[in-house]
Design a protein around this ligand. Structure first.
Ligand code: HGY
Ligand code: MN
Ligand code: MN
Ligand code: MN
Length: 439
């Protein structure tokens, strides 16, 4: 029927993506990478400008656009009836410090494109539809990922989020930066204040599965579990030229063994363990580092695998700090003095299963968009990355749509998704929303 013939406009969609990437530092990556790279940390000046664009654009398209106390921006296009909550599409405009132009940005731009298609065709949906930009999805600048959808869902206290301190240089907080750029809204971030009939998110896969299998659309059924820890190791600052190896409490040496051990544990338990932040003090060539803190990101399909990893870590890391030879490395590595250790759990996201109705809407939409050969072009999958959809799924029916990205690379300026794949994803997103609206 008429609604299934609505088409997203590929050149307009791609133009929006690249237009909004004038705000950020992608242009610093040299000619070739200018097409793909983007650095736009949450609540930076560049993020403010991208947000301003989102607010102005959605208002011009007839939306009622509001900002909550986490800086989440909700643009709502009225429906024929407005006595029920909107069906939202959402993602994020912030990026990694050395990110790409598709992670998050594609999902928001596809939402804006949906609004444009509806406006162009004078479509009235049964209920309102909305587009949401979630704040600090990446957790790169303020180190909890999907934090603002987490506050909206009531899973993370607002105070915890507002007090989050930036990783570099460590002076600003989320609250101070929200206020500084003018995005500290008055309405408390909550599903009570901003209820949703459903949440759909289009995203690049950020992994290689779709591309390897020659598939075009991932029907995402859930998201794997992940947990973030901060490990602090305390030794003793001493002179490198006068302190023999036996007499050192070298916090970095202990931390290094822990990082290697986490990798061994991950291999043994069939999961992932990664360290992306490493701070050492005092940071001097001729002082043995007396204090180290590092991040540990653990991910697995099953909650019990993550729980088992945590048990091993809590059991083994203090032993490594104390100098026990868990890694069997002391024969060729002088045993020094013991260090002390603390392990903090900063963030925990159990495995997520999306809602069957939304998965169904995406699957049907994908079949209708992909046509005859659709069976061979679809892949049902679980997301390796976290997404705001994890938290929306706690409060409303949710699911996601994945599109392939080149070599599965993401969180890297080389991240790339073909325009025709972006378009297919946006088309499936549009059709999913329309199907759900009439469900
Ligand atoms: O998966 C992540 O860490 C991020 O939220 N995308
Ligand atoms: Mn993302
Ligand atoms: Mn990301
Ligand atoms: Mn000296």
């Amino acid at each position: 029927e008429l609604l299934s013939s609505l088409k997203v406009n590929q050149s307009r969609l791609m133009e929006d993506i690249h237009y909004t990437c004038q705000w950020g530092t992608g242009q610093k990556w040299g000619k070739e990478e200018t097409e793909t790279g983007m650095s736009r940390l949450a609540l930076s000046d560049a993020d403010k400008e991208a947000r301003d664009w989102f607010v102005q654009t959605t208002k011009a398209l007839g939306c009622h656009t509001t900002v909550d106390s986490m800086g989440n921006i909700f643009a709502i296009r009225p429906g024929i009836r407005n006595d029920g909550p909107p069906t939202f599409v959402g993602s994020h405009l912030d990026t990694q410090p050395s990110g790409g132009r598709y992670d998050g940005i594609l999902g928001v731009a596809a939402g804006v494109e949906m609004l444009k298609v509806l406006a162009d065709n004078w479509v009235e949906t049964e209920y309102p539809v909305g587009v949401v930009n979630w704040t600090n999805e990446e957790g790169a600048r303020f180190p909890i990922s999907i934090v603002s959808s987490g506050v909206w869902a009531g899973a993370i206290p607002q105070e915890t989020a507002h007090n989050l301190r930036e990783v570099h240089p460590g002076t600003a907080t989320m609250a101070s930066e929200l206020a500084r750029i003018g995005y500290l809204g008055e309405t408390p971030a909550s599903f009570n204040n901003m209820p949703m009939a459903a949440h759909f998110e289009l995203h690049i896969e950020q992994g290689p599965l779709l591309e390897m299998a020659n598939k075009k659309i991932g029907v995402v059924k859930g998201v794997q579990a992940y947990k973030w820890l901060t490990v602090n190791v305390k030794g003793r600052d001493t002179h490198t030229g006068t302190t023999d190896l036996k007499s050192r409490a070298d916090a970095l040496l202990a931390a290094s063994k822990m990082v290697i051990h986490s990798h061994r544990l991950a291999t043994a338990n069939g999961c992932l363990a990664s360290t992306g932040i490493l701070n050492l003090k005092p940071g001097s060539t001729n002082t043995v580092p007396g204090e180290v803190s590092f991040s540990l990101d653990i991910r697995a399909q099953k909650d019990h695998t993550v729980a088992r990893m945590l048990q091993h870590i809590e059991n083994d890391f203090p032993k490594i700090a104390a100098g026990e030879d868990i890694l069997n490395s002391n024969q060729d590595c002088t045993k020094g003095l013991p260090c002390s250790i603390t392990i903090n759990q900063d963030f925990d996201s159990p495995a997520t299963l999306f809602h069957p109705d939304c998965i169904e809407a995406v699957s049907r939409a994908a079949h209708s968009v992909l046509g005859e050969n659709s069976k061979n072009l679809l892949l049902e999958m679980t997301s390796g990355a976290g997404h705001d959809s994890v938290y929306t799924s706690k409060r409303c029916p949710t699911s996601m749509i994945f599109v392939p990205c080149r070599e599965g690379v993401s969180h890297n300026p080389a991240e790339y998704c073909k325009p025709e794949d972006c378009t297919l994803g946006a088309q499936v997103l549009l059709q999913s929303v329309l199907r759900f609206d009439r469900m």
